[in-house]
Design a protein around this ligand. Structure first.
Ligand code: ADP
Length: 417
């Protein structure tokens, strides 16, 4: 009975110790979750705080470029501000992306996308960079292949590889982008350059965050984050990113991804179609006869967006918070509402809720400095039609307005039927 007594005492002690350990683990987990949440909140507000002034810098720079009175010297200086501002924006975006991937907070939306569209978009975006360095760019894009990927993220990966292939290349060098079908159901996109190459003893570190080759990091601008992000994004799209390089000869990067069921390569892996589809013809900008209502509490941003809209040929009314905007919407007809999300008195989410509660079907587009995908979900959930992120370029603003003004008109037409 003494042994039984000792053993049950030991059991009780062990049980208490186990409970304490379990509690300590729970506490540590809770603390880690709180710290993680604090990091996300910090990143989100850092993104917001940096984007808001950048919005004004880049926006006004673009507007100044349209000023006919500028001298050539001033124009050159403005291009410098624009280029430095864009670099800063790129850096903010990259650091945020990397942090989000590491936290496991970045989501990709995988769908079947035509590879040709991605290759053509990348080609037209990167062409000016290749021209500036006199690099011959050859992109073979004659394919009907459909790949399973996230459109934006795949473009980000290929653009990163193409811009590296140009950056770390000799003047008059060449870059070739092509595709192949190594195995059934997989497509491999190859980016090959005739540039500086990567030493053998460094190639294993090429996908490490912030890794840059010393030999070119002094004279070529970069952050060393692009490849780390591209590698992780490719993995998230169920693919692999690989590299082969010869110092002084050049490098080849491959992105290997799954094809979708509708891809012709699923029937014939050797398929190499030559048909070239005529892509949608350029359309003339369609201007709405009605006004756009801009809702923004920051006076500098409000001035900027109204100048941007004037430059694009749109008329606008301005409101500085949701409540003021709602009052204007109830008494006027607007073709579209462009609203900030975070505002005093009534924010953008409450504004759109009120608009929809009043059965008004005007397209509402959020213009926000919050670049996190969650904020897009929140906008759509609240009843908005789209979201654009500050700083917004004139081109992006125009494309979005055209898209929704058309949809808005259609919506009104079908409503009348
Ligand atoms: P960044 O170009 O901003 O420095 P990346 O992560 O895209 O960042 O690339 C990391 C490093 O890998 C670069 O700094 C460069 O030293 C090297 N590198 C990347 N691509 C190439 C390439 N095509 N040829 C030679 N070196 C490259």
């Amino acid at each position: 009975s003494r042994r039984a007594y000792i053993s049950s005492n030991q059991n009780i002690r062990l049980r208490i110790e186990a409970d304490l350990r379990e509690q300590a683990l729970k506490d540590a987990k809770e603390e880690a979750e709180i710290a993680n949440q604090a990091k996300s909140t910090f990143l989100s507000s850092m993104s917001h705080e940096l984007r808001t002034p950048l919005n004004a810098i880049l926006g006004y720079t673009q507007l100044l470029e349209h000023d006919a009175l500028l001298s050539e010297k001033q124009r050159k200086e403005i291009r410098e501000i624009d280029s430095a501002g864009n670099m800063l924006l790129e850096l903010v975006n990259q650091i945020l992306d990397l942090a989000r991937i590491e936290e496991g907070n970045l989501r990709v939306s995988l769908e079947s996308i035509p590879l040709q569209n991605v290759l053509q978009e990348c080609k037209s975006l990167i062409k000016p960079m290749a021209n500036a360095r006199h690099i011959m760019l050859d992109v073979i894009d004659d394919t009907t292949c459909h790949v399973i990927a996230d459109h934006t993220r795949l473009k980000q990966v290929i653009l990163n590889l193409m811009s590296n292939a140009i950056k770390y290349n000799h003047e008059n060098g060449s870059v070739t982008v092509r595709y192949s079908f190594p195995t059934e159901g997989r497509v491999c996109i190859e980016v090959k350059d005739t540039g500086y190459g990567i030493p053998r003893n460094k190639i294993n570190h090429i996908f490490d965050p912030f890794f840059r080759l010393e030999e070119n990091s002094r004279k070529i601008e970069g952050t060393g984050i692009g490849l780390a992000i591209s590698n992780k994004l490719t993995q998230m799209m169920k693919g692999t990113l690989s590299v082969q390089s010869e110092l002084g000869q050049g490098s080849t990067f491959w992105v290997d991804l799954p094809c979708s069921a509708e891809c012709p390569c699923m029937e014939n892996p050797d398929i190499q179609e030559n048909e070239k589809k005529q892509q949608g013809k350029q359309q003339e900008p369609e201007k709405a006869s009605d006004k756009i209502l801009v809702v923004e509490d920051n006076p500098s941003n409000l001035k900027l967006i109204s100048s941007q809209l004037t430059t694009l040929g749109y008329k606008a009314d301005l409101a500085s918070n949701g409540k003021e905007a709602l009052n204007m919407i109830m008494h006027n007809h607007y073709a579209l509402v462009l609203t900030d999300c975070n505002m005093p008195i009534m924010d953008g989410y409450d504004l759109v809720t009120e608009i929809r509660n009043n059965n008004i079907s005007v397209p509402v587009v959020a213009l926000t400095a919050d670049a996190f995908p969650e904020s897009e979900e929140a906008c759509i959930k609240a009843g908005m039609n789209d979201r654009i992120i500050k700083p917004v370029s004139l081109q992006k603003l125009n494309d979005t307005l055209q898209q929704w003004l058309k949809t808005g008109n259609k919506y009104r037409d079908s409503g009348n039927q």
